[in-house]
Design a protein around this ligand. Structure first.
Ligand code: XCC
Ligand code: SF4
Length: 630
């Protein structure tokens, strides 16, 4: 075991407090302060019973006023709010996927973006019935990009990716009328349904929520993941590090933040360029360190081993180190607070996307056509900023952990090949993993995903639940900010096997993997959907029968609700630690935690007591094992 020791949440909080002291010196605001100003939150908003979708309102439901002016009751208002929330998330993930398709369309052997995984492209082309024989790989890339873009707006038919699901699942979707059609159509139809005077029946609103979610997970997000792999390479196990200590006081620190790897990949590429390193040295630095925050960090960690400075609620800490020359962002989950905060330091807050523009930022518009020159400009700007550092404000917490990341489905199948007693050849399938599960060596799997949220002690739920799960021989696959919480704690260090039960520990040793497996960013939850589909096909079981559950204990974003909907709709029970603003309607609560089970064989559990939430998951996994007699 050597000197391996997890980093505790207490230690991380102490480091944050030390950084907040620096912040106080320069008069910086912080989320910890703003949370206090915002609590208690509006009760109507919390329960989802405030409606402002038409100008007769806003209306809010009370015992004395049980209906809005139009006559809509609490169930209709909560239901519409829930569907709008979902549609926001589905639109966001899917638009990210669309951007990736456009990047693929611009791929050029002599340009900034190349096809790094041609085999995967050919595999998908065959899956889609596209002729590949004798075709130039870039011609194929452009053809596939265009076909994928058509998935967003095609007038007829359902999503192409649905065929990857087991037949049984496809039939459930068909029978429930929740097969997603064109991706944009499901988002638009959701906004249509929630317009004043359209749907106010919870059943219909929940059904469309599942459908819009599926358009994300089995549509836009899947495009995002699969074509990112084609462009930037399919992740393979790779070593990296996590937490603020990955920043280097002697180097120019560039932090990439956001989601779209089209930007972060290029920044990494140029930060590695000898010409740029020489430029950094000419400015008095020893070199350049790129690290990441949020999902774009997951993307470049998985493919390049770029270290992860932190997750969502740590984004301000990066600036508070006083050692960040530039925080470069693209889209989603970026605090507008970074603008004013960066002004308290020398940090350049560089926004790059027309979709995410913020006050007090330097806007360097980034697009696929000018990617190389803009990335170079960004790296140079950061280097030039090194001399503006205020040395007395520099403090980087000496805190980091090793992590092995990069477990795409392809990689996972490969590393688990060795872990089998099978006499027949099961390589290249999920059968070795199934054997571990059926024999009971591993009890089951939990997909831990999602954000941080100040409503839950940040990272605490992620880390404590993962520790308990692996101790109970339940393997964890993680993505998004949950994965970063794990990495910061040390749970993605292979040495963390010693925290597992005997069965999982043995598997970790045989396969040489950590007990918490990093599957990528949040669009990569599509990888998890394909994994469970393969497990179902290889075992002959339904997805809903597998001892697998999903969990987002600290979620906060619209995207997370969209994810929840497609995970449930795929047949996986999903456990939330934060209520999605539905407590104001008993009917909506009933639909989400029970009613949807009739359509998709899975449902939500919402429990804000994190210990209880974890126990409920373990119970559910054991129930599923008993039901299939293993
Ligand atoms: Fe955002 Fe994706 Fe949530 Fe993290 S987990 S806070 S959505 S970065 Ni996706
Ligand atoms: Fe009020 Fe109905 Fe208008 Fe909503 S749609 S604001 S409940 S009148």
């Amino acid at each position: 075991m050597g000197d391996f020791k997890l980093t505790t949440v207490e230690e991380m909080e102490a480091a944050t407090n030390r950084l907040l002291e620096t912040g106080a010196k320069v008069g910086a605001d912080a989320w910890q302060i703003r949370v206090k100003n915002q609590t208690p939150h509006c009760k109507f908003g919390e329960q989802g019973i405030c409606c402002r979708i038409c100008a007769m309102g806003p209306c809010r439901i009370t015992p004395k006023a049980p209906r809005g002016i139009c006559g809509c009751d609490a169930h209709g208002i909560v239901g519409r709010n829930y569907l709008k929330f979902t549609a926001g998330g589905a639109a966001t993930h899917s638009d990210h996927g669309r951007e990736i398709c456009h990047t693929l369309y611009a791929a050029d052997p002599n340009g900034a973006y190349k096809v790094k995984d041609p085999e995967k492209l050919i595999r998908i082309a065959k899956e889609w019935g596209v002729e590949t024989e004798g075709k130039d790989i870039y011609d194929l890339a452009h053809e596939m990009a265009e076909l994928a873009l058509m998935e967003y707006g095609k007038p007829f038919g359902v999503q192409r990716w649905l065929k990857r699901a087991p037949e049984h699942t496809q039939k459930l979707w068909h029978d429930a009328e929740i097969e997603p059609r064109a991706i944009d159509r499901e988002v638009a139809a959701s906004l249509h349904m929630t317009h004043m005077g359209c749907s106010s029946k919870p059943e219909a609103l929940v059904r469309q929520s599942l459908r819009a979610g599926l358009a994300d997970g089995w549509g836009g997000s899947m495009c995002g993941t699969e074509f990112s792999d084609v462009l930037f390479g399919t992740p393979k196990p790779i070593d990296t590090e996590a937490n603020l200590g990955v920043m280097n006081a002697e180097n120019v620190n560039i932090v990439v933040h956001g989601h779209d790897p089209s930007l972060s990949e290029m920044v990494c590429e140029y930060a590695d360029d000898p010409e740029m390193i020489a430029y950094a040295k000419s400015m008095g630095a020893k070199g350049i360190t790129v690290s990441g925050v949020c999902c774009t960090s997951n993307e470049v960690a998985m493919r390049r081993g770029i270290p992860m400075a932190g997750n969502f609620l740590q984004q301000e800490n990066v600036v508070l180190t006083g050692a960040c020359e530039a925080i470069v962002v693209d889209v989603q989950c970026i605090f507008p607070a970074l603008g004013p905060l960066s002004k308290c330091f020398h940090t350049k807050f560089i926004t790059t996307s027309p979709i995410a523009q913020m006050p007090d930022s330097d806007y360097i518009r980034f697009d696929v056509g000018t990617a190389a020159e803009k990335a170079k400009q960004i790296v140079m700007t950061a280097c030039e900023n090194f001399k503006n550092r205020k040395p007395d404000l520099v403090y980087i917490p000496d805190m980091k952990q090793k992590a092995t990341v990069g477990y795409s489905l392809e990689a996972l199948v490969k590393v688990l090949d060795g872990v089998t007693n099978s006499q027949v050849d099961v390589t290249g399938t999920t059968k070795p993993l199934l054997e571990c599960v059926t024999s009971g060596v591993i009890r089951g799997a939990v997909a831990m995903v999602g954000c941080n949220n100040p409503k839950i002690r940040p990272d605490y739920a992620h880390i404590e639940m993962m520790k308990k799960l692996i101790a109970n021989d339940i393997v964890v696959v993680a993505s998004g900010c949950s994965a970063q919480a794990a990495a910061k704690a040390g749970l993605m260090d292979k040495s963390a096997k010693d925290l597992c039960g005997a069965g999982l520990k043995r598997v970790c040793e045989l396969a040489d993997i950590p007990p918490v497996l990093h599957m990528g960013s949040c669009v990569d939850i599509s990888r998890m959907m394909i994994l469970v589909s393969e497990l179902a096909k290889d075992s002959g079981l339904k997805i809903s029968q597998l001892p697998v559950v999903g969990c987002a204990p600290e979620w906060m974003s619209e995207k997370a609700v969209s994810i929840g909907n497609y995970v449930v709709a795929t047949g996986i029970d999903t456990f939330l630690g934060v209520d999605p603003y539905v407590s104001g309607s008993s009917e909506m609560g009933e639909w989400l935690t029970n009613g949807v089970r009739d359509w998709v064989e899975a449902a939500y559990t919402v429990e804000t007591d994190i210990d209880k939430l974890c126990d409920l998951m373990i119970e559910r996994i054991e129930e599923k094992r008993t039901a299939i007699g293993i």
